[in-house]
Design a protein around this ligand. Sequence first.
Ligand code: GRF
Length: 216
Amino acid sequence: MKIAVLVSGGGTNLQAIIDGINNGTITNTEICLVYSNNPGAYALERAKKAGIPSVCKSPKDYETRAEFNEALLQTLVEADPDLVVLAGCLVVIPESVVKRFQGRIINIHPSLIPSFCGTGYYGLKVHEKALERGVRVSGATVHFVDEGTDTGPIILQKPVMIRDDDTAKSLQQRIMEQAEWKILPMAIDLIANGRVKIVDGHVVIDDYDDKVLSEL
Ligand code: GRF
């Protein structure tokens, strides 16, 4: 399975995918492209080090948003991935891309959707809101991308307990380490091996109870 990974920042989730492919926890998968909207994204360095083709196209490089959207669509069409993975991608994915790759785009979000998600919930803000609300557990979610924001069918989730001494930063780091870097590679491997389907708007995973729950 060919995947295109869209990034905007440090690329630790991209690194988890690269490492997963190299150590065999992700099978039947190759990264055909890394795209970033941000030329300063360290994720692009990670792609280069791993010998993965990368491209950077920022909305700022285009007269209109429509032109940027078209350029992003064409970039993905040319790369022709089987799956598009949003790994810390802060660009709003154009409807044209969602339609073209319907049911073949996944995203990692650093909370247990439907909590602390939707427009404006990204990066540290997600964890600040969780601490502000005083929840005892947060975590991460991998979901399919649909026309909404963080509203597509949920594939995997992993909880992370919140500590009294947590700051937004310490919580973000622990959710990345304990949840994101585990469930995103796992979701990719499941999809690459044909074990994930969407039935009536809900994700069904083959052998979920025996094969996935025990590993989560
Ligand atoms: C992660 O916290 C991810 O959940 C969110 O953005 C951050 C990306 O981090 N979508 P990185 O670029 O993968 O290190």
